[in-house]
Design a protein around this ligand. Structure first.
Ligand code: CO8
Length: 300
């Protein structure tokens, strides 16, 4: 289950190479796992894998807003792990099948008025998703076809490249402070690795949600395209990434991301403990409750 970069934490960059080169072995017949998943009625993710290009599209389909609850987090991680193991897959595009929403981020209801045990289980699933996605040896591209706050932004910035719909009404950012909570250090590190320290400092302190044009300006996304071309553009960009020598690209990715990943790997339990003790505080629960109320009142 461990992904390539996690393997690195034990064996260093040299340990990463054999796994990289093993991907050049004989290609297997197209995996059926992904197609099978599509038939599941309870599936929160639809996968289209094209073995001829080696590109899979993961469509999040969990109405109303693709909020990352325990089920979606778990299915996301399992799906990605299966694609990692599938020799016919070399790249993944992550997108949403819901109109106007990429992902509303972590499901607040998983953190509000739930038991410490549940919060701990939930947080482990959040860690697991990030470790798998940020450390994936596949090329990963976020096709952001709607708003993408907080955990949705984390999903996006954990990918190798981001294409967003050119619509100023869609926003993206780590807005945790607006909920009275603090972005964990590995959310912050991922953001720093994307846009730099000072921009992250401002973004996190103010809980800033950037419109798509603003996000492009600060480098939070790489490209804006008309809404109906987001996935196609991601597929074209994927073609360029897949043309790069694969072992070299993978080793470069590992070199860039390993220190950030190792920081959490060496500290996972403490991170769960910190999350649970923070999120269960009465004052934090009160803030989450008020934020949920605000979301509901906006509807009226
Ligand atoms: N979790 C749970 N429910 C949500 C969430 C969410 N993140 N987002 C929206 N919902 C619910 C709404 O309450 C509403 O519920 P209902 O239908 O029962 O009233 C339903 O989803 C639909 O929402 P909207 O009507 O608001 O839908 P819109 O299309 O108008 O807007 C948005 C979509 C823009 C996504 C909007 O819903 C929104 O801004 N949501 C909140 C996004 C947000 O702030 N997310 C932050 C989550 S926290 C996180 O990801 C990181 C936490 C790190 C924790 C660290 C602690 C130490």
């Amino acid at each position: 289950m461990a992904n390539a970069l996690r393997g690195l934490s034990k064996c260093g960059v040299a340990g990463f190479l054999p796994q990289v080169f093993s991907r050049h072995g004989p290609r297997t017949l197209p995996h059926l796992v992904c197609q099978k998943r599509n038939n599941s009625t309870s599936s929160k993710i639809k996968v289209d894998l094209d073995p001829s290009t080696g590109v899979a599209v993961m469509w999040m389909q969990s109405p109303p807003v693709n909020s990352l609850n325990l089920d979606l987090l778990t299915e996301f991680t399992t799906t990605l792990e299966k694609l990692e193991m599938d020799k016919s897959c070399r790249g993944v595009i992550i997108t949403s099948s819901l109109p106007k929403i990429f992902s509303a981020g972590l499901d607040i209801l998983e953190m509000y008025q739930t038991s410490p045990e549940h919060c701990g289980e939930f947080w482990k699933a959040v860690q697991e998703l990030w470790l798998n996605l940020y450390g994936s040896k596949l090329t990963t591209i976020a096709a952001i076809n709607g708003s993408s706050p907080a955990g949705g932004c984390l999903l996006s910035i954990s990918c190798d490249y981001r294409v967003m719909a050119d619509n100023p009404r869609y926003s993206i950012g780590l807005n945790e402070t607006l909920l009275g909570i603090v972005a964990p250090y590995w959310f912050k590190d991922t953001m720093v690795n994307t846009v730099g320290h000072r921009t992250t400092e401002l973004a996190l302190a103010l809980g800033k949600l950037y419109s798509a044009p603003e996000a492009l300006k600060i480098g939070l996304v790489d490209e804006l395209v008309p809404e109906d071309q987001v996935v196609n553009t991601a597929a074209q960009t994927m073609g360029k990434w897949l043309a790069i020598n694969e072992p070299a690209r993978q080793a470069t990715k590992a070199m860039m991301r390993k220190p950030t990943i190792d920081k959490l790997l060496s500290n996972r339990e403490a991170d769960v403990h910190n999350f649970v003790s923070f999120i269960t505080q009465a004052s934090v629960q009160k803030s989450l409750g008020m934020y949920l109320k605000m979301l509901k009142s906006r509807k009226g």
